[in-house]
Design a protein around this ligand. Structure first.
Ligand SMILES: [Zn+2]
Length: 291
């Protein structure tokens, strides 16, 4: 299968600076993202939110791509309009002009370089495994296809999200910037090699963290968050969380433990962007997937 048109999207969330500044680097150095077997387009997704140093203006742009919302002429939020424009440029969803979308994000969680896969697509999986073969600390996080339909990258049939952290919102870090740039370089090399009929070796299996669900913060009778992520869980993204392990500490200092029978591997632990949703972290299952 040949990929002919690749989109690299940055700044989908305005206060995640890495993607925005990588696009600026590539504007000055277009050869870094150019490969002869396909064309590459860069797209700055949410300029207004960047200038206001916010995740979004009216609505989370990375939740605006459900087909029903793209087709809904009554939606006129800033992000709703941006989603329609992006869908017109890269899509339209269902019959897209582009074959592949990269979407660059950062997280306040200690997730290292995490590659987000939506749906169980073998091409995406092998691409991610190729990156992991060259950057061993990389984690692969798979979101079931039905849960990713609001995401920007769902406009094209194939996609890869970069989610790199920990980095505070509204801040640029050299190490994170370099890691994202390296993951993108490897990604484009992989696509080019497959296009040439020369798929690189990336092993027979790869470890994947499959999204299981999310865990909300404990709240009081008024709905206010009344506990924090326990220090023993903080920063332990993709590490084992077993029944009885400390999960939250109430403001009074009481420990709340994890109670599910099945061991989980948390991600997005204490992600700052999820406080308004009162989500404390996600749970995943660690599985091995054949390539
Ligand atoms: Zn983001």
């Amino acid at each position: 299968m040949k990929i002919k048109k690749v989109a690299i999207v940055g700044g989908t969330h305005g206060n995640e600076f890495t993607g925005t500044f990588l696009l600026r680097r590539w504007t000055n150095n277009p050869s870094e993202i150019t490969r002869e077997s396909f064309t590459t387009k860069t797209l700055w997704a949410n300029p207004k939110a960047f200038y206001e140093n916010k995740r979004y203006i009216d609505a989370d742009l990375n939740r605006c791509f459900l087909r029903a919302d793209l087709d809904n002429e009554a939606i006129h939020t800033y992000e709703g309009n941006r989603a329609k424009l992006i869908n017109a440029l890269l899509g339209p969803k269902g019959n897209p002009a582009f074959d592949f979308t990269f979407d660059i994000h950062t997280t306040t969680g200690n997730m290292g370089i995490t590659l987000i896969l939506i749906g169980e697509d073998q091409y995406q999986l092998r691409l991610a495994a190729f990156i992991k073969a060259h950057m061993p600390d990389v984690n692969l996080l798979c979101i079931p296809r039905e849960l990713g339909q609001g995401n920007l990258s769902s406009v094209t049939p194939r996609m890869l999200g970069l989610e790199i952290g920990p980095v505070p919102q509204g801040l640029l870090r050299h190490d994170i910037f370099e890691q994202a740039n390296e993951a993108m370089r490897l990604s484009l090399d992989y696509i080019h090699q497959v296009n040439k009929g020369d798929e690189p070796e990336s092993g027979s299996n790869v470890e994947v963290f499959m999204l299981r669900g999310t865990v909300g913060f404990p709240v009081d009778d008024d709905g206010n968050i009344c506990a924090m992520v326990h220090r023993e869980l903080q920063d332990r993204d993709f590490k084992e969380l077993k029944k009885g392990d400390a999960m939250f500490s109430t403001l009074n200092g009481e420990t709340i433990t994890f109670n599910e029978e099945k061991t989980a591997y948390p991600a997005f632990i204490n992600e700052a962007a999820y406080y308004d949703l009162k989500i404390a972290f996600s749970l995943t299952d660690k599985i091995s997937m054949p390539l």
